[in-house]
Design a protein around this ligand. Structure first.
Ligand SMILES: *Cc1c(COP(=O)(O)O)cnc(C)c1O
Length: 424
């Protein structure tokens, strides 16, 4: 399937080029012009998960990856489960946090890393990525130890939890981490400036592993199918999916799944106080406010970089705008929701709680709700412990990192400084 640049429709590339270059001309996002529906959805939903994923992804990557190679990439990427856990009558959590860094970003990052490795040529590649939390860990672990691929991760200094930080700042070798004096949007701006510098791009083989990379998005389509496959067949077409959103890659993947024919009834875009999209869906005006810090800090984004893809699916008539509603959840409500879930025997964390709230507010009696569990509660240990007045055990993966020294370096939000670091 060819991909084209949403800002420069003349630029049409294959999957390999889109994965290698990340962004197109004019900082445009690559995306399929149209997404052809799959015609055997029920059959797909009854298949073993790896076989199903092969059918879904083949359509997107077959120009560049043959079936045998794809099978191996899929086996290595989807090496952990995504269980659907019932939380209360009619409401389930699709738990996407059973991978190596305990967050859903493992799916996209692991798929992207293996695709890039498959396309690797002699030239060195530098992955430059900004993270507001979980991307950093997922990307660092996905690429750690790969030959010829250098990884540089920017994160807003002091704005993510210590444990979250330790999950990517403690790896050595080909992983370098930089604490930027600013917020996540500053980090994203720096990344964009680098991609606007053709000399730099060429010199270090610059590539981004942010959710703007279309390979990550494609991998994420698969778990929406997995989620519905775990529901009784009779409930599937009444399913409402609530997605805790920041950069809106996750929701975009869900909408692609629906465009492929997955019978999701409608979506809820749940955000924290960074509510650009819920306000936009309400009144049609796009007016980002300054980013504010919240309990669900991986969603502290006021200019979501995947939104143009969702907008495109709507304006091109492939996805019906009325099937998407937004909800912004404030801090007090997020904490209340966590307590409500805990009282019912379900230990969660702030991001998933924001999504759950979207279902709680709008689910109709004949509907089935699925909210996405994007991170393991222990990744937000101190916030969760304080709100629930309980103590959490650290999973082994986190406990191991927590003991290691932090190897990150500090840097002002300054392009020249970052350029020097990348060139060195
Ligand atoms: C990244 C992240 C999100 C937001 O996902 P987007 O695809 O950026 O909308 C939600 N929850 C957690 C835990 C995350 O790490």
């Amino acid at each position: 399937m060819k991909l084209y640049n949403l800002k420069d429709p003349e630029q049409v590339v294959d999957f390999a080029t889109a994965v290698r270059t990340g962004l197109g001309n004019n900082r445009g996002l690559f995306f399929p012009r149209s997404i052809p529906p799959l015609n055997n959805i029920n059959e797909l939903l009854n298949m073993p998960v790896l076989e199903r994923n092969q059918h879904i992804l083949r359509a997107f990557v077959s120009d560049n990856i043959d079936d045998q190679a794809l099978q191996q990439i899929i086996e290595e990427t989807f090496s952990f489960p995504a269980p659907l856990v019932q939380v209360e009558d009619h409401i389930h959590c699709l738990e996407l946090f059973h991978g190596p860094t305990l967050a859903f970003k493992d799916f996209g990052a692991r798929f992207m890393a293996r695709c890039l490795q498959h396309f690797a040529t002699e030239q060195k590649i530098t992955i430059l990525t900004a993270t507001s939390g979980d991307t950093g860990a997922a990307v660092a672990h996905a690429f750690h130890g790969m030959d010829n691929i250098e990884v540089v991760i920017l994160f807003p200094k002091g704005k993510i939890s210590e444990l979250q930080q330790k999950m990517f700042t403690t790896l050595s070798g080909n992983i370098r981490t930089v604490a930027i004096e600013g917020d996540f949007d500053d980090c994203q701006k720096l990344v964009k400036s680098c991609f606007d510098d053709p000399q730099l791009v060429q010199a270090v083989g610059l590539n981004s592993a942010n959710s703007i990379n279309v390979s990550r998005l494609f991998a994420q389509i698969c778990y929406y199918f997995d989620g519905l496959a775990q529901l009784p067949a009779a409930q599937r077409d009444q399913t409402v999916v609530a997605v805790p959103s920041g950069n809106f890659g996750n929701l975009c993947a869900g909408i692609i799944a629906k465009t492929l024919g997955l019978p999701i009834k409608r979506f809820i875009a749940s955000t924290n106080l960074n509510d650009t999209v819920p306000r936009y869906l309400q009144d049609g005006v796009w007016s980002p406010n300054n980013t504010v810090e919240t309990l669900s800090n991986a969603m502290d984004v006021s200019r979501p970089n995947n939104w143009p893809r969702i907008e495109y699916l709507m304006t091109s008539g492939q996805f019906d705008r009325s099937l998407l509603t937004g909800l912004a959840v404030d801090e007090a409500k997020t904490a209340d929701t966590l307590r409500h879930l805990f009282a019912q025997g379900y230990l969660s964390e702030p991001h998933a709680a924001v999504a759950y709230q979207g279902l709680h507010d709008s689910l109709q009696p004949d509907e089935t709700g699925v909210f996405l569990g994007t991170a393991h509660p222990a990744k937000f240990k101190s916030a969760v412990e304080e709100i629930l007045d309980t103590e959490l055990d650290l999973p082994q993966a986190i406990a191991d990192c927590a003991r290691l020294p932090d190897l990150s370096v500090d840097m002002p939000a300054d392009y020249a400084a970052l350029r020097d670091l990348l060139m060195s």
